[in-house]
Design a protein. Structure first.
Length: 71
């Protein structure tokens, strides 16, 4: 989504494309889609991170106990 946002910014600022109004409007639309996507990605990341922590917490604690017992 960051790439979509970047392409939208480039199109709207007339860095890429032929500089017409059509490309500018397409750039604005792509930029808005990119901003929405980047915003949603944060919440998806947090949900995946939380589920991974719950899934592996017991294993990590067990491994930590084994390491402490070896010393």
């Amino acid at each position: 989504m960051a790439l979509v946002l970047g392409v939208g910014m480039c199109l709207s600022m007339k860095v890429i494309g032929d500089g017409s109004t059509l490309y500018m409007v397409l750039g604005i639309i792509a930029g808005v889609i990119g901003i929405i996507g980047v915003s949603v990605n944060y919440f998806i990341y947090k949900k995946i991170l939380e589920s991974s922590k719950k899934k592996y917490a017991a294993d990590i604690q067990e491994l930590a106990k084994q390491i402490i017992d070896e010393e």
